[in-house]
Design a protein around this ligand. Structure first.
Ligand code: HEC
Length: 441
């Protein structure tokens, strides 16, 4: 009987939860957690993607020896929920691949550290995870990188754009991308923009050295509502394919502009040549993933305001039903909070994402587990809070000054990008939505 119950429990755990638990017979007294048994498994699932040698985090959490010296910080950072880094608050948006530790795992880590962080029995160790640098989704159809390596300055953040020709003879559809940073210790995140006009070439020519510097966006205006970006990448993120039948459009002869954020934090950065791997859709997609900007470009945040609200709204002006797949809030250094909601025609509201501790250096493209169905005439809106006081340690201006929209570090932005598909679109039957209204045309 017990065997049967355990089997049923195991099935439930495997289907219902994304992580496996150690199942103990109910009679056994809970043993003290050890590194080799419980803790390393928590690290494998939640930490090692960044905390392995040569990656973005400043130390490894692969072995007991790597981990022991950091035990107190580990307890602190997991108690405070600063690690693993994950910005959306619970209860708003059901996101895929959420980096959130369960209360149980946080407790286990605490018990383990409080008990002196014992290693336990090496025989309990699971097979180590391999980080061998291979493309997770297999060999990409197209790999692009800048011709020359670029070495960022040893201190301070650098946002550098590299304009890469695709030389595609015909329009293409992209179902996934992956990014391989050249110097993983320094590349903090990457956004892949699409340039359909060649505007990035002129920017590159004006700036000496490989690429050009552009802090906010890619430095040029996006004019094609069907082809704005291919998404982005941040350390710890796993590459993913868009749902079947959905793809990004990558028009013939367009260029991919990789905006690479370099964040050197230990020693001299190495010359970097970040690569993007592009996977084309196997068949012509039914729908394009469009990036709809909920945006406010006409605000001024007064100096010494610690809690200044900026709002933006985007009512869909045409009678189309849609599905929402991803959301990516974007502000600069004064941003503190962002809340994005959908308001239905009957007034009902749905919270799309809530971030109450914005960090410019940890921005993500958050993906819903399932597409969210939106009725015709839905209205998207956001509320953003900025702290332009001296008390904000990230304030780039001292003393604080009035801050408006702009591309510079000392300017601000207020956008939530929504990755959206239109239900009636079907490219395979020649039904392509005119989405010019998304860019205000
Ligand atoms: C997405 C990448 C990522 C993941 C996942 C991650 N970390 Fe980190 N961690 C970092 C980076 C990067 C830093 C360096 C500080 C910074 O840039 O925020 C860091 C710093 C730390 C620090 C040092 C903080 C300090 O300044 O004293 C601790 C401790 C830590 N991480 C523990 C963990 C633990 C435990 C987990 C898993 C439960 C985890 N991290 C998961 C990226 C990550």
């Amino acid at each position: 009987m017990r065997k049967l119950l355990l089997a049923a429990a195991a099935v439930l755990l495997c289907t219902g939860a994304s992580r496996t638990r150690v199942i103990r017979p109910p009679s056994a007294a809970p043993a003290k957690p050890t590194f080799s048994k419980e803790i390393v498994r928590i690290f494998q699932q939640n930490c090692q993607s960044c905390h392995h040698p040569g990656d973005i985090a400043p130390f490894s959490l692969m072995t007991y020896g790597d981990t022991f010296p950091y035990r107190l910080q580990i307890k602190l950072m997991t108690q405070s929920k600063e690690m693993p880094p994950w910005k959306p608050t619970a209860g708003c948006g059901d996101f895929d691949a959420a980096r959130v530790l369960s209360t149980n795992d946080i407790d286990l880590i605490k018990q383990w550290v409080d008990a002196g962080a014992p290693e336990g029995n090496k025989a309990d160790l699971p097979a180590p995870l391999q980080f061998n640098g291979a493309w997770t989704l297999g060999q990409p159809d197209l790999v692009l990188s800048s011709a020359d390596a670029y070495t960022p300055p040893a201190t301070g953040d650098m946002y550098r754009c590299f304009t890469l020709p695709t030389n595609l003879p015909a329009d293409a559809y992209v179902s996934a991308i992956d990014i391989h940073p050249g110097d993983r210790e320094t590349v903090h995140h990457v956004i892949a923009y699409i340039d359909t006009t060649g505007a990035s070439v002129a920017l590159d020519e004006k700036d000496p050295g490989p690429g050009y510097t552009s802090f906010g966006g890619p430095g040029f205006a996006i004019t094609n509502a069907n082809a704005a970006t291919l998404g982005g990448w941040a350390p710890g993120a796993r590459p993913f394919a868009l749902p079947e039948g959905i793809a990004y459009s990558l028009p013939a002869n367009s260029r991919v502009v990789l905006q690479v954020h370099y964040h050197p934090h230990h020693g001299q950065p190495l010359p970097d040549k970040t690569e993007i791997g592009i996977y084309f859709a196997k068949e012509k997609p039914k729908k394009l993933l469009r990036i709809l900007p909920v945006i406010n470009q006409s605000f001024t945040i007064p100096p010494n305001e610690a809690n200044y609200e900026v709002k933006a709204t985007f009512p869909i002006p045409v009678p189309v039903k849609s599905h929402l797949w991803v959301v990516a809030p974007h502000m600069h250094l004064l941003g503190r909070k962002m809340n994005v909601v959908a308001t239905m025609p009957d007034g009902a509201k749905q919270c799309l994402i809530n971030i109450d501790d914005w960090d410019f250096h940890w921005q993500g493209m958050y993906r819903y587990k399932d597409g969210l169905a939106m009725p015709a005439f839905v209205r998207f809106s956001l509320s953003a809070i900025y702290d332009n006081s001296e008390g904000n340690a990230k304030n780039p201006s001292f003393p604080p000054k009035a801050v408006s929209w702009g591309e510079e570090t000392t300017d601000e932005m207020c956008i939530a990008f929504l990755g959206i598909t239109f239900d009636d679109e079907d490219l395979t039957r020649g039904k392509v939505m005119d989405a010019g209204w998304m860019l205000g045309r």
